[in-house]
Design a protein around this ligand. Sequence first.
Ligand code: PAF
Length: 282
Amino acid sequence: MEVIRYKKQLQDAIHSYRRDKKAIGLVPTMGALHQGHLSLVRSALEENAVTVVSIFVNPTQFDNPEDLENYPKTLERDVQLLESLSGNLLVFTPSKSEIYNGNITSLSYYFDGLDKVMEGTFRKDHFNGVATIVELLFKTVAPNKAYFGEKDFQQLQIVRKLVQQQALPITIIACPIDRESNGLARSSRNERLSKSTRAEAGLIFSTLQTAKDKFGTENANDIKEWAISSFKRNSTFELEYFEIADEETLTPLKEKQKNIKYRAFIAVYADGVRLIDNIALN
Ligand code: PAF
């Protein structure tokens, strides 16, 4: 395993794989790695001759400076965790100046409405920031496959759209959500929860599971109202949104259509930490 700080050095390290037409995998991360990330990396290692794991806390996707400041940064531990995996791994840990060259701003993208709902409503410019760094990583590494977790499902759909719009020859691999024993979706942010909140946070997933049970017989509005009112009764968690939407377009469900796949999406605050999750409903 090699840790690399510079784009040019990274491109030199993968050059021979590209020349020999060997598969290159990319797993973009912001570090604070957990088992969920490691399962993405394991899939990439299995399917590619070389895997690049990028670790970069991308400032342009944070609309809240406090959130950026508090985002866990555990580079030494991350490198140790990656060292425990066997396979051909390059860890890319660029600085802000290496990525943004003194101009820390995001580009503006058009995502056909995918960025105008849910996370896009509550986190101003978040997806422009995500797309800016993902595009830069795609262009630097030019991977054959790139791996993203389904926990950030809206991000996943936006990355797919980016690849489609720019006709990039990259296959996006969606990896299932990895969960703690109580159902809480694994996230770097979970480390910031108190022990008791983390134990109670299984409520987020159980809400999604009940929504899925109800989806067969109840309409989306009733399910949404039920979810909102169950969180109103709970003082540990503050619901930011609960939405049922078309999985492809992410437009909120008004009337169920045949042959459309729907998902429930949720964002809550607990201990000042923002947690998101989602579930396929049909
Ligand atoms: O999902 C994440 O960790 C980030 O949004 C990503 C894709 C690494 C871009 O910074």
